[in-house]
Ligand binder design. Structure first.
Ligand SMILES: C[S@@+](CC[C@H](N)C(=O)[O-])C[C@H]1O[C@@H](n2cnc3c(N)ncnc32)[C@H](O)[C@@H]1O
Length: 183
């Protein structure tokens, strides 16, 4: 385990405020608040993602994790997103990049997905959403698969590793933590 710094309360306050400020949408459990690109890369690296594996990003926002997983790691990647504008924008980007063979976005509530197939699941969701998600992941994910969570721990799970981004990589004036869980 590397250095741990306490950025989560600050990020939680920011995200909770962003969620409150964004349009009310039934079922939305986290605001659109994208992971910075260096964090995206690190999440997928910590997830040990390899070509040919299957990756899901739950609440895929503008599709940046899905796009990076397909384009930079050669993985098959699926994003689940409830906000139709983000679904449309990320699908357009996937089409523009011509990576539709590997990358796709499903317009649906992440709590309705089937989690039995992915090798890697990435999340950037609020703690109460992670708590609700936990039993689904526990019962469905296959042994040896990984969950990588940006900034928030999955309540009740023991981390395999916590990586906090060093000061020289500090982005947005915030420190970012990445939590690694192996099922
Ligand atoms: C903090 S953003 C993270 C975006 C992206 N995963 C990233 O790390 O850059 C959370 C995303 O989850 C989406 N979201 C919230 N509740 C959802 C739900 N129930 N089902 C699917 N997507 C959801 C939001 O619309 C938002 O785009």
């Amino acid at each position: 385990m590397r250095r741990i710094l306490r950025s989560a309360p600050v990020v939680l306050a920011l995200l909770a405020a962003a969620l409150a400020a964004q349009d009310e949408q039934p079922g939305k459990v986290a605001p659109y608040y994208p992971s910075p690109l260096p964090i995206v890369k690190q999440m997928l690296e910590l997830g040990e993602l390899k070509a040919g594996q299957l990756h899901y990003d739950l609440g895929s926002g503008d599709g940046r994790l899905v796009i990076a997983a397909a384009r930079d790691f050669g993985a098959r990647s699926v994003g689940f997103e409830i906000d139709q504008k983000l679904v449309d924008a990320s699908r357009q980007q996937i089409a523009d990049l011509n990576i539709g063979r590997l990358a796709s976005i499903e317009s649906r509530d992440l709590f309705e997905a089937d989690y039995s197939k992915p090798d890697l699941i990435t999340v950037y969701l609020l703690p109460n959403a992670l708590e609700r998600l936990r039993p689904l992941l526990e019962t469905q994910m296959k042994p040896g698969s990984l969950v990588i969570s940006h900034d928030f721990m999955v309540p009740g799970w023991k981390t395999d590793e916590v990586v906090t981004i060093d000061e020289e990589l500090e982005i947005d004036g915030l420190l970012h933590s990445i939590y690694v869980y192996r099922r």
